[in-house]
Design a protein around this ligand. Structure first.
Ligand SMILES: NC(=O)c1ccc[n+]([C@@H]2O[C@H](COP(=O)([O-])OP(=O)(O)OC[C@H]3O[C@@H](n4cnc5c(N)ncnc54)[C@H](OP(=O)(O)O)[C@@H]3O)[C@@H](O)[C@H]2O)c1
Length: 290
């Protein structure tokens, strides 16, 4: 089966946004989407939504650092992006570990300079009833999805404030706005991430920095398929039936492509979008309208 990153890159090729040049198989961008040269960090950039976001920033001319804990998967993702002519660096880091986040900041700074666009995308989700959830699941979920984003904001914001330009983008979820059953830790972490987004947006409003969130619904990626497999086992339904149920939870009756989230991320982070801050934009086929 095609992995999500190849699927994303192939999608752009099919729709004329990337094509292979006459020599060396180099891939050029030919869409009219705005290009800008910024230094970007995407946490959780080795798969799914994070890899799609990193690819899209790179395609638009940015220098992109991607981070995650597993260096092998990270390297594979970066190799695919680089094949398309992009400037991408893979640096392993666990966002829950503050000293690792500081080392990550220093290493990007040494290589390219200070991060100008921070995308807090790293996240974990475990579906389990509140009664069966372990303390460990609660702690890990909050540590990764909320404190991980806090750690990165703490490390990367000061340089943005210093030059009076920066973008922070938090990949939340529709669970940041409404409750869902069997994901209490995840929902609490994403509600918290939205609180962080809004309060930090107020504090940085006059400092040239915008802080926004994107709230995807069910995205057509490996994580959603894994969730569907778990639910299929529990309910006796087929994986396809569960995926159809996920899709049907949105008025558009479909899953969201990771590329749609990536396009929005680039738009929000673009130099022109200086007036939008403290917002949380849903990309969910109309499932949540608050
Ligand atoms: N998929 C969806 O339907 C959906 C919907 C709404 C919101 N979201 C949100 O979108 C984001 C990405 O989701 P996804 O579906 O693309 O997930 P994914 O494919 O499971 O990717 C998660 C990424 O985060 C990294 N990661 C996890 N823990 C980390 C840590 N402690 N430090 C650094 N990196 C870490 C993972 O790599 P390692 O394991 O190697 O560290 C991986 O690169 C998440 O925040 C998620 O909550 C997803």
């Amino acid at each position: 089966m095609e992995d999500p990153l190849s699927k994303y890159l192939n999608h752009h090729k099919r729709h004329g946004r990337l094509y292979f040049g006459p020599s060396q198989g180099i891939c050029y961008a030919r869409s009219m989407s705005a290009r800008f040269d910024k230094i970007v960090l995407v946490t959780g950039g080795s798969s799914g939504i994070g890899a799609a976001i990193a690819s899209e920033f790179a395609r638009r001319g940015c220098r992109v650092a991607i981070t995650a804990r597993d260096l092998t998967r990270l390297g594979t993702a970066a190799d695919k992006m680089v094949q398309n002519g992009a400037q991408v660096r893979a640096i392993a880091c666990d966002v829950t570990r503050r000293e690792q986040v500081r080392r990550l900041r220093d290493s990007i700074r040494e290589f390219w300079g200070d991060v100008q666009i921070l995308v807090n995308n790293a996240g974990i989700a475990r579906a389990v009833s509140f009664a069966d959830m372990t303390d460990e699941t609660w702690d890990q979920t909050l540590d990764t999805n909320l404190t991980g984003a806090y750690n990165c904001c703490k490390a990367f914001l000061p340089a943005m404030v210093k030059v009076k330009w920066g973008r922070i983008l938090n990949i939340a979820s529709t669970t940041a706005k409404v409750g869902y059953s069997h994901v209490t830790a995840y929902t609490a972490s994403k509600h918290g991430l939205l609180g962080l987004t809004r309060s930090l947006a107020l504090e940085t409003a006059r400092q040239g920095v915008t802080v926004n969130a994107i709230c995807p619904g069910y995205v057509d990626d490996e994580r959603t398929r894994e969730n569907a497999r778990v639910m299929a086992e529990k309910t006796g339904k087929s994986v396809d039936d569960i995926l159809r149920l996920f899709a049907a939870s949105a008025p558009q009756n479909r899953l969201i492509a990771a590329g749609e989230v990536a396009d929005l991320a680039c738009l929000i982070a673009s130099p022109e979008m200086s007036g939008m801050t403290g917002q949380a934009i849903n990309v969910d086929g109309g499932a949540v309208m608050v």
